[in-house]
Structure formats: structure tokens, C-alpha cells
Design a protein around this ligand. Structure first.
Ligand code: AP5
Length: 214
């Protein structure tokens, strides 16, 4: 099963992708996490990606697509995967479609997690992220068991550099201009499902599972 998570920055794509992967035994692939791991390790890819991410812009398609296609070719993806943060442009979606066609595969579900812009800045200002395992928390809605510490791996949580309000507004503008058109793209492919992302995390998950298991 191949699932694409769509939605604005902070809509809850990563939170739901984690739950789906745990439930269905799929690999969770977040291009944002791949870039952040490379930034942390000081790789040339990380240095290149950082220039764009710090300003809330998209990393160029050519670089992103190369990383993604390499990642989905790994063994842990052979039974399916959830793409969180990819594709983000029509050209990225076209490359994915073409690559999947070659192995007689396709995107089975595109789940659009809908959250209005007004709620996004609040979510981002309260988000705390684990720099090691990528887990995401919210100081008010989804707090870790111990303040500031990741439940899963015990690392110290951080407030992501690109979660500052001014960068979040740039990310939202980029989302509307370049990523939102993917909603029509996947509607045209007959695989789009929209869900209300303003509900509590577990209710959103229940709605997604209802779609995946229908
Ligand atoms: P990326 O890491 O993908 O960021 P994003 O899409 O902006 O999404 P986020 O991770 O910020 O949010 P999310 O929707 O996963 O929400 P979360 O579950 O954490 O990308 C970062 C950057 O990398 C991009 O700006 C770009 O530069 C680059 N990049 C990445 N992929 C790229 C690509 N394909 N092409 C080009 N460039 C790319 O939830 C948010 C908060 O809300 C959390 O605190 C969470 O606890 C809380 N929350 C979640 N669900 C709920 C709920 N139901 N109710 C209340 N709170 C909730």
C-alpha cells in the first residue's frame, strides 16, 4: 500500500503518518526528516537543503526527487510506505507516478488533512520535535510524558528553527502556491480523501483508518 499525506505545514501529516505506519506495518518516509538528519550530520545535501528550509522555501525538485527515489528503493519499503511531505509540487508527483508505473504500482490513497491557516501558527508555536527519531509533540495538545523529553528515545526535544511565526507564514504561502494544486491532481487520479484535521489526534486517526480499511 502506498499512501501520500497531503496538508499544510503543521496540519498533522507526520503525527498521522506515525500512527498509520504503526498500525499497518508500513515504512514512514518524511523528506523533511531526511533533510533535517542531513543538516544535523553536516552533509553537503544538508548544507544545500538548509538554505531553502530556513527561509520556508521548497528544496529544489531535482535534489528532492533523487533522495526520495533512493529511499523508497530500500528493503523496508517493499511492503508499502507512507509519504509525509512528498510530493510537494506537480513535477514531484509526476516523477513519482512515472517511477511507480515502471513497477506496476501506484499511489493507493492520498489523504488530505485539512486545517485552516488560522490554526497552523498556534500549532507550530507549540510543537516540540525530537531531533533523533522525528517524533512530534505539542506542549498543549500532545505533551510528552516528561516535559522536554521524547517518549520514544529519551532525547531532548527542540523547537524547530522553521517553526518561528514569520517562517511559518512563508511556508503557508509556499504551500498554497505550490502544494495545494496536488489536491486536484490526486482527485483526478481518483485516490483523494479529505479529512477534518482540526479534530483531536485520535479522532483524525480513526477517520483515516476508516478510509484505509473500507
Ligand atoms: P516538513 O518537515 O515536511 O514540514 P511540513 O510539511 O511543513 O510539515 P510539518 O512537519 O511542519 O507538519 P506536519 O503536517 O507533519 O504536522 P505535525 O504532525 O508535526 O518540511 C520542512 C521543510 O523541508 C519544507 O519547508 C521544505 O523546505 C523541505 N522539504 C520537505 N519535503 C520537501 C519536498 N518534497 N520538496 C521540497 N522541499 C521539501 O503536527 C504539527 C503540530 O500539531 C505538532 O505539535 C502536533 O503535536 C500537533 N498536532 C498534530 N495533530 C493534532 C491534532 N489533531 N490536534 C491538535 N494538535 C495536533
Amino acid at each position: 500500500m502506498i499512501i501520500v499525506m497531503l496538508g499544510a505545514p503543521g496540519a498533522g501529516k507526520g503525527t498521522q503518518a506515525d500512527l498509520i505506519c504503526e498500525e499497518l506495518g508500513l515504512a514512514h518516509i518524511s523528506t523533511g526528516d531526511i533533510f533535517r538528519a542531513n543538516i544535523k550530520n553536516g552533509t553537503p545535501l544538508g548544507m544545500e537543503a538548509k538554505k531553502y528550509m530556513d527561509e520556508g522555501k521548497l528544496v529544489p525538485d531535482e535534489l528532492t526527487v533523487r533522495i526520495l527515489l533512493d529511499r523508497v528503493s530500500k528493503d523496508d519499503c517493499k511492503d508499502g510506505y507512507v509519504l509525509d511531505g512528498f510530493p510537494r509540487t506537480i513535477p514531484q508527483a509526476d516523477v513519482l507516478k512515472e517511477a511507480l508505473n515502471k513497477s506496476d504500482e501506484k499511489v493507493d490513497f492520498a489523504i488530505d488533512v485539512e486545517v485552516p491557516d488560522e490554526d497552523i501558527v498556534n500549532r507550530m508555536s507549540g510543537r516540540r520535535s525530537c531531533p533523533k527519531c522525528g517524533a512530534s509533540y505539542h506542549i498543549q495538545y500532545l505533551p510528552p510524558k516528561t516535559e522536554g523529553i521524547c517518549d520514544h528515545c529519551g532525547s531532548e526535544l527542540i523547537h524547530r528553527e522553521d517553526d518561528k511565526p514569520e517562517t511559518v507564514l512563508n511556508r503557508l504561502n509556499v504551500y498554497h502556491a505550490q502544494t495545494q494544486p496536488l489536491i486536484d491532481y490526486y482527485r483526478g487520479e481518483g485516490v483523494l480523501h479529505s479529512i477534518d484535521g482540526t479534530k483531536p489526534r485520535d479522532e483524525v486517526f480513526k477517520a483515516i483508518l476508516g478510509i484505509l480499511k473500507a
